[in-house]
Design a protein around this ligand. Sequence first.
Ligand code: IPM
Ligand code: MG
Length: 367
Amino acid sequence: MTTRSLLILPGDGIGPEVMAEVRKVIDWLGAKRDLAFEVSEDLVGGCAYDKHGTPLHDDTMAKAQEVDAVLLGAVGGPKYDDLDFSVKPERGLLRLRKEMDLFANLRPAQCFDALADFSSLKRDVVSGLDIMIVRELTSGVYFGEPRGIFEEGNERVGINTQRYTESEIDRVARAAFDLAMKRGKKLCSMEKANVMESGILWREVVTRVGADYPEVELSHMYADAGAMQLTRWPKQFDVIVTDNLFGDLLSDLAAMLTGSLGMLPSASLGAPMENGRPKALYEPVHGSAPDIAGQGKANPIACILSFAMALRYSFDLGEEAARVEGAVEAVLAKGLRTADLLGEEGVSPVSTAEMGDAVIAELDASL
Ligand code: IPM
Ligand code: MG
């Protein structure tokens, strides 16, 4: 029998609430589709710090290395703002990404038709939008050395280093080309080759990898121009590949095009494990939203869609992933809205749990 192991790390803020709705989907797949998952749960972020004095306990790290997929809610909150940098909740997430070597971060930005009017851009510009940003996740300025705050003469200097090796660029480029082959066969690579040597190397390596993918139409853009083009006419893009920091910015920008950060999932993938499945962590793009935590107001859709990505990329269950995505689309088409999606007249918000239950009802209806 195939085993499918999942480590769930709900984290802080709204993380536990949205994860509870994902649990419903996992249970549904077990009960109605005969797809069992071995689920374990643990702490990450502020809650891990509260219990262990570290945002990610070594035992949790070890478990994450063993399972087929990790599903994370969100980390952080104002309570932890004054903690030392080394134990801030975010460090737990960054450690997972780094030690699991999750170099390819997939961030789809898809506009649900029912929500096109929530975008800050005109409906016409975003309706039908379906792009994928592939962000390099384990290198670049996030991790480059030297880094730190140092004394220099009579003042301090803050230093971070943008650093990319050819092999780091090569592997994320391949991940992006592979995705482009399964989608619209268009890839745009973004860097700042006009001002950064790392950008020059990036462009050179991506071009070289492109020779192995003659069917994919490759283009290059400076990342600032890319940001401008993403707001001008986002539908010109299919897959975008970019570095860690530009990817952080551009994926937030792309997310907002779709109307709500509360809707977008992500997958972070590494090299294949012994069983052929890639090392993988799935998480919503949104944060821990401490201002609404514990009130049942959070939108569970990004987290549910992150689990759908796990079905597709870790468990080879693309059809079930599409079923979950279809259920979400159906719920939105029926007009159900969590508080982050209000604005239409006469619509009152549903709670986090009501949204989850509605998705389950649509799953039932799909059988
Ligand atoms: C993201 C977040 C993280 C990042 C933070 C929470 C460390 O903004 O996943 O985009 O900067 O990578
Ligand atoms: Mg970010």
